[in-house]
Design a protein around this ligand. Sequence first.
Ligand code: SF4
Ligand code: SF4
Length: 350
Amino acid sequence: MIKSLHKRESELANTKRQLEILSNGIFKNGELPKFKDKISETHLFPLRPKTLEILQINLGYMCNQTCAHCHVDAGPDRKEIMTKETMQQCLSFIKKTNAHTLDLTGGAPEMNPNFRWFVEEVSKEGITDFIVRSNLTIMLANKKYHDLPEFFKKYNIHVISSMPHWTRGKTDKQRGDGVFDKSIQVLKKLNEVGYGMPNSNLKLDLVYNPSGAFLPANQSALEKDFKKALMDDFGIQFHNLFAITNLPISRFLDYLIASENYEDYMYALVEAYNPLAVTNVMCTNTISVGYDGFLYDCDFNQMLNLKVANKVNHISEYEEESLQNRNIVISQHCYGCTAGAGSSCQGNVI
Ligand code: SF4
Ligand code: SF4
């Protein structure tokens, strides 16, 4: 298993170093336009939020996996975990917000010792769409997680899981040896309790992201291919497939640099820039809460430690109105959200 950038003491564990790389070189010498200049061409700068619809909460960076392209730099060696006190601050906000979707993520959010307590408390608040991003293999990692499919069912959790490919080789290359077989085992278990079945209210969606320095293919074509292959080979069903573009940050940035693909990848993102996607990027309807309660425009800005540009920047003092008046913090990684049909945690944005 590979180690996190933090454990390896890589220079990219420093978010300032990542931002320097994204601002210098081809963007400083004018070969490629900075994201701010690109969106200014169609008068979309500054990028501003619309109505808040999604609250995404990161319960910690600990994970049982160390996937090659992880934008969180998560792994078993990361110890950052949301405390119960911060969860209580999140709950106070959830009681007040009009956001219809709550999205719990990590690392592996299930590894937070207060995960079940938090889910139980949140479920009392009548959130319309209550998402947990599960890596699937966590449900086999330890006996204490074996009943998670039933637990998710009890609270009508919408499960969204990464599955980079329908073949063992491509999945294991990105996520680690043995991940494919375990993921299949867990998907079967989720189907058994009712997840992913046609007409079932128990939503099961999969997330595809490319395994190398290229952009995702068409989302609906990929969904058809995934559905056919998983049904034919394993009898597995699921609802939607979200195709996500890898953003050039964290371990994917490390991979791009190490494989000498960084510049070509940035060129590909800029060439695929679609101004229509800019108006729907996820930072326009989402707030991301870090494990320590700080607020970010999105999960990617969180991983670059780019807090919201607002006087209120912590969940403990959250004011929805004040946040609606902020400008969204952007950099060149944002090109990953605006290529082609756009990309977000819910897949294409147009
Ligand atoms: S399962 Fe998700 S959070 Fe964990 S290392 Fe893989 S990509 Fe990162
Ligand atoms: S990376 Fe974040 S801030 Fe930038 S466009 Fe995407 S969602 Fe918005």
